[in-house]
Design a protein around this ligand. Structure first.
Ligand code: FE2
Ligand code: FE2
Length: 296
C-alpha cells in the first residue's frame, strides 16, 4: 500500500477541537493521585475505553494507523534539517499561540499559559533552572501543526516504531490498521532492534517531542533532553512496556522523565502570575541557555 495515497483528506486531520483536548484526555487516563477521592477505585479512573469523546477515539484511530516506520523516517528527513524558519524564542511563542487563536477561540488557556504554568510549578519546587526552561519549552514542537502537519503527527502518546506495538499503548486495537503489523521485519517484540539496545537507537512515532528534542539537543543538559524527548511516551514512563529496549542509562534518565511528567499534567493554576511579572526571570533564563534565534 502506498501510504501517501492513503493519508486522509484535510478534514480528517483535525478530529480534536484543539490540541489541549488530547492532554485533557491524558489527565483523565492518569488522574492526579492527590485529587482521587479515597472512596473511588483508581482502576475505575483508568478504564480508558470508557471514554466518551469520539473526537479522541478518532484522533487515536488516525494516529495508530498512519504512524508507520516509513512515515517516521520521512518526517525526520523533512524536519530535522531545521531549514524551515528562524526566529527568536519569543516570536516562536507568539507563533505557537496562533494554534488556539485560529482553531478554538473559546479555549481558556493558550499554549503559552500551559508552558508558563508548567515551568512555574517546577521553579516553585526548587528544581534546577534548566528544568524550569524545559517546562517553558517542552511543547514548542507543536508548531508542527502550523507547518501543516495533522494533529495525529504532532501530539498524542508516542511509541516505538519498527517493532511490535505494545498492548499497553492507549487504544491498541487501532494498530490493526497500521500496515507495519503485516511486515515481518517490524512485527516482532524486538523488530529491527536488539535487546536493551538503548532508546537513542529506537525510532519513536513522530510528533512534537522528538522535534523539540532535536531543536534543543545542543543547549540543554541530558536529563532535560530526556524530558523533552519522552514526555509523551506514556506506555513506558507509566506502564513500563518497553523496558526490553532500554539500557541502564535510559533507566537512570527516566527518573527525570518521571519527575517532569506531573508538572506537565497537573500544574493547572488559576492564580498564575502574569507574563509581565515573570518576564525578567525568563528572559535571563533563556539567554543563559539558548541562542538568540531558534531554527525550525
Ligand atoms: Fe507535550
Ligand atoms: Fe505539555
Amino acid at each position: 500500500m502506498n501510504l501517501k495515497d492513503s493519508i486522509p483528506a484535510v478534514d480528517q486531520t483535525a478530529p480534536l477541537s484543539n490540541l489541549d483536548e488530547w492532554e485533557d484526555d491524558v489527565v483523565r487516563r492518569y488522574p492526579d493521585p492527590s485529587k482521587i477521592n479515597a472512596d473511588k477505585d483508581e482502576e475505575a479512573f483508568r478504564d480508558y475505553n470508557a471514554t466518551e469523546k469520539d473526537s479522541v477515539r478518532e484522533f487515536y484511530r488516525l494516529n495508530h494507523r498512519y504512524q508507520t516506520f516509513d512515515f517516521v523516517l520521512e518526517h525526520k528527513k523533512k524536519y530535522l534539517s531545521f531549514s524551515k524558519d528562524k526566529m527568536p524564542i519569543w516570536d516562536a511563542f507568539t507563533f505557537l499561540n496562533k494554534l488556539v487563536d485560529d482553531s478554538d477561540p473559546d479555549t481558556d488557556l493558550d499554549q503559552m499559559q500551559h508552558l508558563l504554568q508548567t515551568s512555574e510549578a517546577i521553579r516553585n519546587d526548587g528544581h534546577p533552572d534548566w528544568m524550569v526552561l524545559v517546562g517553558l519549552i517542552h511543547d514548542m514542537g507543536k508548531v508542527l501543526c502550523l507547518f501543516g502537519e495533522p494533529q495525529w503527527a504532532v501530539v498524542g502518546d508516542t511509541f516505538p516504531v519498527g517493532c511490535a506495538f505494545s498492548d499497553k499503548i492507549v487504544f491498541p486495537e487501532f494498530f490493526k490498521d497500521n500496515p507495519d503489523i503485516h511486515n515481518s521485519s517490524y512485527n516482532t517484540k524486538y523488530g529491527i532492534y536488539s535487546p536493551n539496545c538503548g532508546l537513542d537507537n529506537v525510532h519513536m512515532s513522530w510528533g512534537h517531542d522528538e522535534y523539540v528534542y532535536h531543536m534543543m539537543k545542543d543547549f540543554i543538559p541530558e536529563p532535560g533532553l530526556y524530558m523533552l524527548r519522552y514526555h509523551s511516551f506514556y506506555s513506558q514512563h507509566r506502564e513500563n512496556a518497553y523496558d526490553h529496549l532500554m539500557n541502564d542509562h535510559d533507566r537512570d534518565m527516566f527518573k527525570w522523565v518521571n519527575l517532569f511528567n506531573p508538572y506537565d499534567l497537573y500544574s493547572k493554576n488559576p492564580n498564575q502570575k502574569s507574563w509581565e511579572e515573570l518576564k525578567p526571570y525568563y528572559e535571563n533564563l533563556v539567554a543563559k541557555y539558548l541562542p538568540q534565534t531558534l531554527s525550525f
